[in-house]
Design a protein around this ligand. Structure first.
Ligand code: IVH
Length: 669
């Protein structure tokens, strides 16, 4: 390769990897597999080594990806949190073993552990109590997510037994068990929110949420794999972890001491086959030198320890034939292409269908009918097509063309700029959208109407009894009892449920309408800000965007929904039926304008209120709670342990600092 070509390749790879890095760590929405990312990173590393004159100090090869986010206090790690070098074959493990033997000779032991696929965490314990939990961040400093980590039941707040050092750190992985992930995505689908691609992203995204009570509801779990400190009880890493298990930490039973490479290979093969048996996702095995003294001797390279390596399992994949592409229309009108395949065995299950996500992916794969395609079942539960064997394509094969009309109602599809999905805009006339919207309306978190399952709704729709949400409230008992398997009692239960739903508060009704991007939290926020649907109708997109946490996408969707005459007519009808379209007097009377126009940063811990309560008080009194300090910040509401970096910044910018008592005085009646 000549210099010019190398330069071009390096700059391309830099840009591409930075982009993937951002999608992975900041958006938690990766677009390529870890394997592909690593291969590209290796390619860049090699080019930078061959052409050092083009090596950029800010290259992704020079750092571990950052997950720092602005809203959390940042804390420096006592020991940097590095990453591991990866190996993809037994040969690469042998190279690792040879490198070690050259440095320390023979006669040492390895520990093999599963590599849990979640989000790294470092916990500090002092005198047996959990003091702090910090994410990896950029490896040097991370986000203080203690409040969120405390919600994880398997993380001990106080240690059991004895023999633990006065002060030590323990590192591990926060994971989301597969069944929790599946349930969460189901709920997100119901509220029209973007799905998490895999449990790892769901765990990482959850850990960074601002509201610990939502974190608590997500049922995260944590496995621990390194104890660090000055006075550890044992020299062996394995032995220290066994001790930690006795102190109350979750340490995987799969951990094993191995005396030689053959035992290591046996472990890799066993877990390659059995990895699906454990509830938390794992994407490989970590092999470590057991003795911590030897670990110290071996030391670190710039990015990773020399005493450990991560062996990555190959995502299980198979080749099969693409028979057809069909299109599914969801509740919000999003159209998802689905590949129908010749059935093929992957990872112990028969795969017949794979998601194609959107039209861009079809284009990128240059998919043709009857193509031989590679299907992969990785960390994601839905298998995906990762490639096409173009050389096996029939010369006359037809390219897959994304549809331009709705497969259900024939309405021309629309695509908003900047969005990947196509939508069917006919939300009041397209059957799966109507049925999906009714299902959402009656669901537990929305209007919570008993007795109206998917089948009943299907049947009501097919009999022409309901053509939309409003029709539910015109149903008569004799119409219901005419349906198959519907007795007098069941019909009465539905009617009672409908009557009862008239008591639901405005925020639930707003959520139940199923406006795209208006999930439970957004509905609550909007209800508290505007009080009534009539006020909401008057708001422009720009005015809505001024509300904290309401972005352009949500604002646009709300304005669009409320400009549709059919929707307005339905809302008027529901109002006449007695549904609440404004918040209660009681909630309104708690609101004031005392903090109008003020932006307030909350920092530290407080004696009488949780941070969440303070946030609510700020908003209830017309103020805005912001995450980071800037020139525009009006006050910093500081409790104990305010971070030193925040203090410094506040002083620099001259932002006044107020205490919890000062704050309560400001909002006093
Ligand atoms: S040991 C110097 N052991 O993988 C890093 N890491 O790429 C020592 N991970 O950030 C880490 N399971 O979050 C270790 N059994 C295990 C692990 C594990 C998952 C994660 C960890 C780390 C990343 C390294």
């Amino acid at each position: 390769m000549d210099r010019e070509e190398a330069y071009r390749k390096i700059t391309d790879l830099l840009q591409e990897l930075e982009e993937h890095n951002y999608k992975y760590y900041v958006l938690h929405q990766p677009e390529i597999s870890d394997y592909d990312f690593d291969m590209k990173l290796r390619e860049l590393e090699k080019l930078e080594a061959d052409f050092p004159e083009f090596a950029d100090p800010f290259s992704p090869t020079q750092r571990v990806g950052s997950d720092l986010s602005k809203a959390f206090e940042q804390v420096e790690h006592r020991y940097p949190m590095l990453s591991l070098s990866n190996a993809y074959s037994e040969e690469e493990i042998r190279d690792f073993d040879n490198r070690i033997k050259k440095l320390i000779g023979d006669g040492f032991e390895y520990v093999c552990e599963l590599k849990f696929d979640g989000s790294s965490i470092s916990l500090l314990y002092e005198q047996g109590k959990l003091v702090r939990a910090v994410t990896r961040g950029d490896g040097v400093k991370g986000d203080d997510v203690t409040a969120n980590v405390k919600t994880i039941r398997s993380v001990p707040m106080k240690l059991r037994g004895n023999g633990y050092p006065d002060s030590f750190e323990i590192r591990g992985e926060i994971v989301m068990p597969m069944h929790v992930f599946e349930e969460l995505n189901k709920q997100r689908e119901e509220s029209g929110e973007a799905l998490f691609a895999n449990p790892r992203n769901a765990a990482a995204g959850t850990l960074k949420m601002q509201n610990p009570s939502i974190v608590a509801s997500r049922k995260l779990d944590a496995y621990f794999f390194s104890v660090m400190g000055e006075k550890l009880p044992e020299d062996g890493h394995y032995q220290n972890l066994r001790k930690a298990a006795g102190w109350g930490f979750k340490v995987s039973e799969a951990m094993k001491l191995c005396r030689n490479l053959d035992e290591v290979y046996a472990y890799l093969n066993k877990w390659d086959l059995e990895r699906h048996k454990i509830p938390a996702g794992t994407d490989g095995v970590v092999i470590k030198v057991n003795s911590q003294q030897l670990q110290e001797e071996l030391g670190f390279t710039a990015k990773s320890p020399r005493w450990a390596v991560a062996y990555k399992f190959k995502a299980e994949s198979a080749a099969t034939v693409l028979k057809s592409v069909t299109y599914q229309v969801g509740r919000t009108g999003a159209v998802t292409p689905v590949a129908n395949l010749d059935p093929v065995q992957i990872a112990g299950t028969v795969v017949k269908r794979a998601s194609l996500h959107n039209s861009d992916i079809i284009k990128k794969l240059d998919l043709h009918l009857n193509d031989t395609v590679f299907v992969e079942k990785g960390g994601e539960i839905i298998p995906k097509i990762t490639g096409v064997k173009a050389d096996m394509r029939h010369p006359m094969a037809k390219p897959v063309q994304f549809i331009d009309k709705c497969p259900e109602c024939n309405t021309p599809l629309v695509r908003t700029e900047g969005e990947a999905a196509h939508y069917c805009p006919n939300d009041m006339g397209c059957p799966p959208q109507i049925k999906g919207k009714i299902e959402h309306f009656v669901s537990r978190r929305a209007m919570d109407i008993d007795g109206l399952g998917q089948e009943t709704i299907e049947s009501l729709y097919n009999h022409g009894l309901v053509k939309g949400i409003a029709d539910l409230f015109t149903l008569k008992k004799e119409q219901l009892t005419e349906l198959e398997r519907m007795g007098d009692k069941s019909a009465q239960r539905i009617l009672d449920g409908l009557e009862e739903s008239k008591k639901a508060p405005f925020e639930r009704v707003l959520y139940a309408l199923g406006i795209r991007y208006v999930g439970e939290t957004v509905a609550k926020k909007l209800a508290m800000e505007v009080f009534s649907i009539d006020n909401l109708k008057l708001k422009s997109k720009e005015e809505l965007e001024e509300i904290n946490e309401i972005g352009e996408r949500i604002a646009e969707s709300v304005v669009e929904y409320l400009s549709e005459p059919g929707h307005l007519e339905m809302i008027e009808f529901l109002k006449e039926q007695g549904l609440h379209f404004q918040i209660s007097e009681e909630k309104i009377s708690n609101r004031t304008d005392k903090l109008k126009g003020l932006s307030i940063v909350i920092s530290g811990t407080f004696e009488n209120h949780s941070r969440d309560e303070l946030k609510q008080l700020i908003e209830q009194n017309g103020g805005k709670n912001v995450g980071s300090i800037s020139k525009k910040t009006s006050y910093i509401l500081a409790g104990e342990n305010m971070g030193p970096s925040k203090l410094e910044k506040a002083e620099q910018l001259g932002v006044p600092i107020i205490s919890e008592v000062d704050f309560m005085k400001m909002i006093e009646v």
